[in-house]
Design a protein around this ligand. Structure first.
Ligand code: ZN
Length: 140
């Protein structure tokens, strides 16, 4: 697979396409775009409690780069919370070790082991699945 120094490794894509605020009187139309690498940075640092050095190694990037991605992620999430904005996700500059798929029927994201040739959604068993083009740079 082609990669360059800007690519960030993630273990898995987020299990959602976005978040929506509810119960708010005023809500900002413009959504906050959270990149997969920003989601991964939050997950590693604030969910798995890794230090920046460990997290940077896992993502195949330098510690300063990790710190910058993490800072951006926190600012975006704060913006979304305070201004009641939707969050949408984009693949950014990421890749995974595994091939991921998206089920168009039930919206699940999943991987398929290489030895299995029949491709169906593991949740609803439809064959309406599409590969997630996670190796493609859609951000810049
Ligand atoms: Zn499904």
């Amino acid at each position: 697979m082609p990669r360059n120094h800007r690519m960030r490794r993630i273990a898995s894509p987020p299990r959602f396409s976005g978040f929506k605020p509810y119960g708010c009187h005023q809500h900002q139309e413009q959504a906050v775009v959270l990149l997969y690498e920003e989601y991964e940075a939050i997950k590693l640092a604030d969910y798995k409690f890794m230090n920046h050095q460990e997290a940077a190694v896992l993502m195949g990037i330098s510690r300063p780069t990790f710190a910058r991605i993490y800072e951006n992620a926190r600012r975006k999430i704060a913006l979304a919370l305070v201004e009641a904005r939707e969050i949408t996700t984009e693949t950014g500059n990421t890749y995974t070790e595994k091939k991921w798929f998206f089920c168009e029927a039930c919206q699940t994201r999943f991987t398929i082991p290489a030895r299995i040739s029949q491709h169906n959604c593991p949740i609803c068993h439809t064959d309406q699945i599409a590969p997630i083009a996670i190796h493609i740079n859609t951000n810049k």
